[in-house]
Design a protein around this ligand. Structure first.
Ligand code: PHE
Ligand code: ZN
Length: 883
């Protein structure tokens, strides 16, 4: 009935996979919906391998069994057993029909998995979340992704309380019942695994749009939300249409039902869910309006709407054989989403954003106690594996393969993958096999990337031989051990590179012993051994290499560049990503300089190059904003052997101070004023870019002249025409502990009291207050009437922001931050194990803390782990942490 750890600590292993002994070909479900009690009647058409009939075992958690029949006959109690979340039934044969009726209790479901209530009893609505294993909380089933069935779903409910009834598939009739209730039926002709099942019932409003597919098939797009939110759904509708068009053009994929429903909820564990024909979204990723959403949030809505839509092919039509293959759908779909966003916006900025995320979220995961391969070999709780590694690193692996095949080759391969595996539950071998076969290439070597955890370090050394005019580049790779994987092998690492002459021009490449591509200015070298050397000929002067262009592989590059070399790339590299990257590396060196208090060559070079770029009006404003941002504190911490987060914070502040001083107070102020004069409500790239740069300039100014910056921020806050400007100004005031912060926060609190997504930002902005004082603020905010542990967005906006994005404020040397988090995790875990387990990963990296914090963190985590009755989710995380 529960997943509390004392119940089942079993490990599930990839190597134990067995094809299902039983299958379900057709499912008929009838729901009699109610908030306190819902009855679910299920008719399963069973099939089994006639050679060796195995006992029929169905998954079911927390179900009250009311009735059970096999082939039309009531089953005697002796013919079935329901224990330990398994229903075992005797006497079933190939072709049998099993009918069950169960009761579930949506209003009591705080885990938000299965069927639950969003919002209040009076006005809320019912919905389901089934990935990964939520369907077993709704009815008995073979709840595994390789059991594909067609679904017919009938919903019945009180008409007044639940006027809208939705399930995935095409509508197949609706009508009245005699007792004030009504019904609606949906048929999904495409066989699907149970995790893609969904229903929604309640008082919802809609917006609709007609859509005609590329091949001329008309269909309808419908977005549903509660009354106060429906006017914020227009942007998502536009994004959906763009995504559908893009998938037709880029991949030749069309939508395959007559109607596509999308629903927004404020109560959701994750970002959104790709249920077949009925996507369900965390409102955070669906609603957008200028008054309450920032530019970043607009882009996130576009990306997530596209992501869920793209799953219709990469995930739904071709699904995963088992949950170890999760990245088959997630890595691939993130990659498709990134391509789409790059096409809709700026490719270079998108790449910068994605790599920054990878470094902030995935590299630390790969370097800590939770490290796991993109295809894990085992798990205790699958919900703990919806990670940056499976998603973001998974996308990088697809990107490497796509780069290897080239644009047309990758498209050929994807066509092959979709046609060969349509309607199937596939594996990563199937994926690489289809891509390779379509191109006559064996991609098997890339499987090693899926099996090996940890981020490879790629070391580059260059030697110029003036006499022979040759440049020898030696590349070596090493991956440090990760839990359970002491020995690592060499992986195929594609290194896209160019060489620059001392004046910043790319030189033609002549790779010794390789005629192909001779004279091209960019090429890809594949390093697949521990160490390899490449000799370039006809090189007239010692060159500066630009390596891993576009971030061609998810590795950490170590290169003995002189600061002047990086400064040259920062000024001249036409690859926008590598230009930014050169700046990041230079800033990281400057950080090292500051920490060690030694020569400031890197710091000088960084400040010098950036202040030159600052005056260069040809540089895109958004790119400039990114260039002016040094690596974040989490990334910088990865450079330390023993981390003192306050120290890292202070050094990063110093870094920005040096930069601001070099650019100059007046120059900053002038630029700010010029940018502020342009204030507009528009969402076009240029307006967004100006807002981004304006914020960065204001932040830099705040480092050297807080008084002036706070004055400007107050004006900006008061006159902001949109949330981007309002929140940007508020953040500067709050983080600078400005006297004006108090009034601005009070104003924001009142203005947005009825807007949950804006209120989340009100909590977050304060959770990011630097320094030890934030702990008091977090405690204060917890007792705000708007705070609740029951809403995942609210929890993340306060505790997630604080513990994850405010290292200086969370890691107090006295350990009180750790104790508070551990205490809340325990309470949260009793309500929602998925959310508690994810929040607990904020402890990642504790092993590398300096001794005082290290000891405090250990004791807080150990005390939490020792607590009886933790969920399997949280247990797995804290136990891995302590290993
Ligand atoms: N499959 C969803 C996505 O990536 C994420 C998700 C996982 C949502 C589990 C809910 C539960 O798009
Ligand atoms: Zn996804």
């Amino acid at each position: 009935m529960t997943n509390r750890s004392d119940a089942s600590p079993t490990l599930i292993r990839l190597s134990d996979y067995q094809a299902p002994a039983w299958r379900v070909s057709r499912v008929e479900l009838t729901f009699d919906l109610g908030i306190d009690a819902t009855e679910v009647t299920s008719r399963l058409q069973l099939a089994c391998d006639p050679t060796g009939p195995a006992p029929l075992r169905l998954d079911g958690e927390g179900l009250t069994l009311l009735d059970i029949q096999l082939d039309g006959q009531p089953l005697p109690e002796s013919a079935w057993r329901y224990q330990d979340n398994v229903l075992e039934v005797d006497g079933a044969r190939d072709g049998s029909v099993l009918e069950t009726r169960v009761r579930v209790t949506p209003a009591a479901n705080t885990a938000l998995e299965g069927l639950y209530l969003s919002g209040s009893r009076e006005t809320g609505f019912l919905l389901t979340q089934c990935e990964a294993e939520g369907f077993r909380h709704i009815t008995f089933f073979l709840d595994r992704p390789d059991v594909l069935a067609s679904y017919t779903v009938t919903l019945r409910a009180d008409r007044e309380r639940f006027p809208v009834l939705l399930a995935g598939g095409n509508p197949d009739g609706h009508g009245e019942l005699d007792d004030g209730r009504h019904w609606a039926r949906f048929v999904d002709p495409h066989p699907k695994p149970s995790y893609l099942f969904a229903l929604v019932a309640g008082r919802l409003q809609k917006i609709e749009r007609d859509y005609v597919t590329g091949s001329g098939r008309p269909l309808q797009l419908v977005i549903w939300a509660e009354a106060d939110a429906i006017r914020h759904c227009g942007y998502a509708m536009d994004a959906l249409e763009r995504a559908m068009r893009w998938d037709e053009q880029a991949y030749g994929r069309e939508y395959d039902l007559d109607v596509f429903h999308v629903v927004a909820t404020h109560d959701f564990n994750m970002g959104a869910m790709e249920n077949k024909g009925l996507n369900i979204f965390n409102a955070k990723y669906l609603l957008a309006d200028p008054d309450s959403s920032t530019d970043e949030e607009y882009r996130a809505v576009e990306a997530v709407v596209a992501h869920e839509y793209f799953h219709n092919w990469s995930g739904n039509r071709v699904t995963c054989r088992d949950w170890f293959q999760l990245s088959l759908k997630e890595g691939l779909t993130v990659f498709r989403e990134q391509q789409f966003s790059a096409d809709m916006n700026s490719p270079a900025l998108k790449r910068i954003e994605d790599v920054a995320l990878l470094r902030r979220a995935q590299f630390p995961e790969d370097a800590g106690p939770l490290a796991h391969p993109v295809r894990p070999a085992q798990y205790s709780e699958i919900n703990n594996f919806y990670t940056a590694t499976v998603y973001e690193k998974g996308s990088e692996l697809v990107r490497m393969v796509a780069g290897r095949l080239g644009r047309d080759g990758f498209r050929r391969g994807m066509d092959q993958y979709f046609s060969r595996h349509d309607g199937q539950a596939a594996t990563l071998e199937d994926f690489l096999g289809a891509l390779g076969d379509a191109n006559g290439i064996d991609l098997g070597a890339y499987l090693a990337w899926y099996a090996q955890a940890g981020t490879p370090r790629l070391t580059a050394r260059g030697r110029y031989d003036a006499a022979h005019r040759t440049y020898t580049l030696t590349l070596s790779q090493h991956t440090a051990p990760t839990p359970g994987q002491p020995h690592k092998r060499a992986l195929p690492i594609p290194v896209k590179l160019a060489l620059f002459d001392p004046r910043g021009r790319m030189v033609p490449l002549h790779l010794a012993g390789n005629g192909a591509d001779a004279g091209a200015s960019e090429r890809v070298l594949v390093v697949d051994k521990a160490e390899q050397s490449f000799v370039f000929e006809q090189v007239e002067a010692a060159p500066v290499p630009s390596l891993l262009r576009g971030f061609s592989a998810p590795v950490i590059l170590e290169c003995d560049y002189a600061p002047a070399d990086l400064a040259l790339l920062l000024r001249h590299d036409p690859d926008g990503f590598n230009r930014w990257e050169a700046g990041q590396q230079l800033a990281a060196r400057a950080y090292d300089n500051l920490r060690e208090g030694n020569s400031s060559a890197a710091l000088d070079a960084w400040c010098e190059a950036l202040s030159a770029l600052f005056g260069d009006t040809s540089v895109d404003a958004a790119l400039l904003a990114d260039l002016l941002t040094p690596p974040g504190e989490i990334e910088l911490s990865e450079r330390e052997r023993q981390v003192n987060p306050s120290h890292v914070h202070a050094l990063r502040q110093q870094l920005q101070e040096h930069l601001a001083l070099r650019i100059g107070r007046e120059t900053l102020e002038q630029r700010y004023t010029a940018l502020a004069a342009h204030t507009s409500l528009e969402l076009d790239a240029a307006s967004q870019a100006r807002r981004r740069l304006k914020r960065r300039v204001l932040e830099l100014l705040a480092r050297i002249d807080p008084w002036a910056a706070h004055g400007l921020a107050t004006l900006q806050y008061d006159n902001a025409p949109n949330m981007t400007d309002r929140l940007g100004a508020l953040a500067v005031l709050v983080r600078g502990d400005a006297p004006q912060a108090h009034a601005a926060l009070a104003h924001f609190r009142e203005r947005y009291a009825d807007n949950p997504l804006a209120m989340d930002k009100w909590f977050s902005v304060q959770a990011l207050l630097p320094g030890a004082v934030v702990l008091e603020r977090v405690r204060q905010l917890e007792s705000d009437p708007a705070f609740t542990l029951k809403n995942p967005n609210r929890v993340n906006s306060l505790f997630g922001a604080w513990a994850r994005s405010n290292p200086d404020g969370f890691h107090r040397p006295d350990g009180s931050g750790y104790q508070l988090l551990a205490e809340r995790l325990r309470q949260l875990d009793a309500l929602n194990p998925q959310v508690s387990a994810r929040l607990a990963t904020a402890f990642n990296g504790w092993q590398r803390l300096e001794p005082t914090r290290h000891a405090a963190a250990r004791s807080a985590i150990a005390a939490l782990a020792a607590h009886p009755g933790l969920s399997r989710n949280l247990t797995e995380i804290v136990q891995s942490m302590l290993q």
